[in-house]
Design a protein around this ligand. Sequence first.
Ligand code: 4NP
Length: 149
Amino acid sequence: MKILMVCLGNICRSPLAEGILKAKLKEKNLNWQVDSAGTSSWHINSLPDSRSIAIAQKNGIDITDQRARQFKTSDLEDFDLILAMDADNYNTILDKASKEQAYKVKMILNYSYPNENRRVPDPYYNDGFEQVYQLLDAACDQIIKFHHA
Ligand code: 4NP
């Protein structure tokens, strides 16, 4: 299983999603591949936001090996599942997807809140990192349950 987490900047939400899922997979000895990307080019090669690094660290997860990259159309071929943090990211990705690829693209919180199309709130300007962490932690548990039945 190859999973790509996608947000806008690839410095706040999707690096946390990547780090949290990787930590859970390691615990379960599951050998899936996980990566993350942003739909924007704004932070290419940047470290995750210091607030994401801090909340991850507080939970025993190191995400300082990550560097931001931009989502590219070929990701739709390379990954089995592309998980968007909000509807803007979702629509940007879907615009680039063929009909056959569209089924791979999902809103990540639909794993924990099925069919509700809830967004992971963008914490960049308003500091909701604790809530973002909790939302992603719960979603990642469900991702593993759903795909590892
Ligand atoms: P992310 O958060 O999409 O979760 O990485 C953001 C990071 C940067 C910006 C917006 C959202 N920005 O406007 O630069």
